[in-house]
Design a protein around this ligand. Structure first.
Ligand code: CTP
Length: 403
C-alpha cells in the first residue's frame, strides 16, 4: 500500500532504522520507520486513510505517526538534514537527501535503509557498512561528534550492546569514555534521559547493564555521590529474577525500570531522591514510589518480625502498596520468610475477589461509612484466612459478622 502511494505521489520511499536492523537479524519489530522524500505529514495522512488507522501529525518536523489496529506503528518522516546548534540540543532540521538522513543517525547498524519504490523495491542502502557490523556484532558510531550531539546515544549503545550481546567498537568506546569525562549528561534534559533510561532498563536481565552504566558515566546524571557497589548489584540481580517470575504470572505489567532505579538509589536519602525524581520529571506515581519505598522496607521489616501473623494481616498491610514497591521488597530481603509472604500476596490475594459490597452492608441498616468499611474488612479477613471464594459463603460470613 505504501509503495502504491509513493508511486501515486511520485516520491521516494524508504524503510529506515531499527526495522531494517531487526529484519536483517531476523527479529520481530512492530515499529516501522518510513521516510519519504517530500512531505511526510501528507503521506502519513494518506497512508492512514488507505489502511484505516489513526494518524497524529507533527507540523514542525513534517512527520506523522500512523497507528494501525494490530498495534503496528508506522512513523513517517520527511528526508532531512539535521544539525545541532549547541551540543545536547534538539536538532535543527532542513530538507535533505537519504545520505544525510542516514548520516545523522546513531549507529551503523541503525543507519541502513530499504527502498520501497517499485523499481528498486527491496534494495538495501548501506552507506556505512551496517550490514558488516551486524554480522561482526559491533556497535559503531558514524562520526566522532555523535555522542556530543546526542548524549542519550551512550544509553542507546548500552541498550543494543546488552540486547544483542554485541561489542562496542574500539573508537566508539573511546568516544563514549571521553564524552563521559566531559560530564555530557549534565547537558540533557531529564525528559530525554528518562526516556532512554526507561528503555534501557526495560531490557531483560538489566542488572548486567549496571557496570557499563557506571563505566560510561551514565550515573553522573544523578550527581557524583552514587556508585554501583556489590550490594546494589545483588539487589539488581534479584530484580531480574523477580521480574521474570512476575511476568510469568501474566499480571498487569509493572514499570521495570523503576525497580532498577530504586536499587541504584538504595543508599540515597529521601531529599536526594526527591531531587532526582524532579530532575527526571517523574510523574506523580513514580515519584511517590521513589520517595516511599525505603519507608515501606523499614516498616515491613518490623511488621514481619512477628511470628504467626495471619494471611489477612499481611493482606491489609500490603493492600494499596504499589506493585513496584512490593516486587522490589522481594528482591531486597534476604530472608525467605519476608519474601514469601509478599509473593503469596501478589500471586493469590492481590486481586482477591470480594462479592460482598457496601450495599449489602447497608441493607442491614448500617449507614456510617467507617462502620461499613470495618465490617467489610472483617469479611475479607475471614474470607482470606479460610480461603472462602464463593459468593454464597462470603454472604454467610457477612451475616455472621453483623449478628
Ligand atoms: N535514532 C538516532 N539517535 C537517537 C534516536 C534514534 O539516530 N538518539 C535513529 C536510529 O536510526 C534508530 C531510529 O532513529 O534506529 C529509531 O529510533 P528508536 O525507535 O528509538 O530505536 P530503534 O532502533 O527502533 O530501537 P527499538 O528496536 O528499541 O525500538
Amino acid at each position: 500500500t505504501a509503495s502504491d502511494l509513493a508511486e501515486e505521489k511520485g516520491v521516494e520511499l524508504y524503510i529506515v532504522g531499527g526495522f531494517v536492523r531487526d529484519l536483517l537479524l531476523k527479529k520481530k519489530n512492530y515499529d516501522l520507520d518510513l521516510v519519504v522524500s517530500e512531505d511526510g505529514m501528507e503521506f502519513g495522512k494518506a497512508l492512514a486513510k488507505k489502511l484505516g488507522g489513526r494518524v497524529k501529525t507533527h507540523e514542525k518536523f513534517n512527520t506523522a505517526v500512523v497507528i494501525l489496529e494490530n498495534d503496528l506503528r508506522v512513523d513517517v518522516a520527511t528526508l532531512r538534514f539535521e544539525y545541532y546548534e549547541l551540543p545536547g540540543d534538539l536538532p535543527k532540521v532542513t530538507p535533505g537527501n537519504l545520505f544525510h538522513d542516514l548520516y545523522r543517525r546513531d549507529f551503523t547498524i541503525n543507519a541502513m535503509a530499504i527502498c520501497l519504490n517499485r523499481k528498486r523495491f527491496g534494495d538495501l542502502i548501506d552507506y556505512f557498512n551496517g550490514k558488516r557490523d551486524l554480522k561482526d556484532r559491533i556497535i559503531r558510531v558514524l562520526h566522532s561528534l555523535s555522542f556530543i550531539d546526542d548524549p542519550t546515544r551512550i544509553l542507546r549503545a548500552l541498550r543494543f550492546k546488552h540486547r544483542f550481546q554485541f561489542k562496542i567498537g574500539k573508537t566508539t568506546e573511546s568516544l563514549m569514555l571521553s564524552a563521559a569525562n566531559l560530564n555530557i549528561f549534565e547537558r540533557i534534559t531529564g525528559i530525554r534521559y528518562l526516556k532512554e533510561f526507561k528503555q534501557l532498563f526495560a531490557e531483560r536481565n538489566a542488572s548486567f547493564i549496571l557496570d557499563d552504566f557506571e563505566k560510561y558515566g551514565c550515573l553522573k546524571f544523578f550527581g557524583d555521590k552514587i556508585s554501583i557497589d556489590h550490594y546494589i548489584k545483588q539487589i539488581a540481580l534479584n530484580i531480574d529474577s523477580v521480574l521474570t517470575w512476575y511476568k510469568l504470572l501474566y499480571k498487569n505489567s509493572a514499570e521495570d525500570w523503576l525497580l532498577y532505579l530504586m536499587a541504584i538509589l538504595i543508599h540515597s536519602k529521601r531529599d536526594e531522591r526527591l531531587k532526582i525524581a524532579e530532575k527526571l520529571t517523574l510523574k506523580k506515581r513514580a515519584k511517590n514510589i521513589l520517595l516511599n519505598y525505603k519507608a515501606f522496607l523499614r516498616e515491613y521489616s518490623i511488621f514481619a518480625k512477628w511470628q504467626d501473623r495471619k494471611l489477612s494481616e499481611y493482606y491489609h498491610f500490603f493492600k494499596g502498596v504499589e506493585i513496584e514497591i512490593l516486587l522490589f521488597a522481594i528482591a531486597f530481603f534476604d530472608d525467605e520468610k519476608y519474601r514469601k509472604n509478599i509473593s503469596l500476596y501478589i500471586d493469590k490475594y492481590m486481586d482477591f475477589k470480594l462479592y460482598v459490597s457496601g450495599k449489602d452492608v447497608i441493607k442491614f441498616g448500617i449507614k456510617e461509612g467507617r462502620e461499613i468499611k470495618k465490617i467489610l474488612d472483617r469479611v475479607i479477613s475471614e474470607a482470606i484466612d479460610y480461603h472462602i471464594t464463593s459468593k454464597k459463603e462470603q454472604i454467610e460470613i457477612l451475616n455472621r459478622v453483623i449478628s
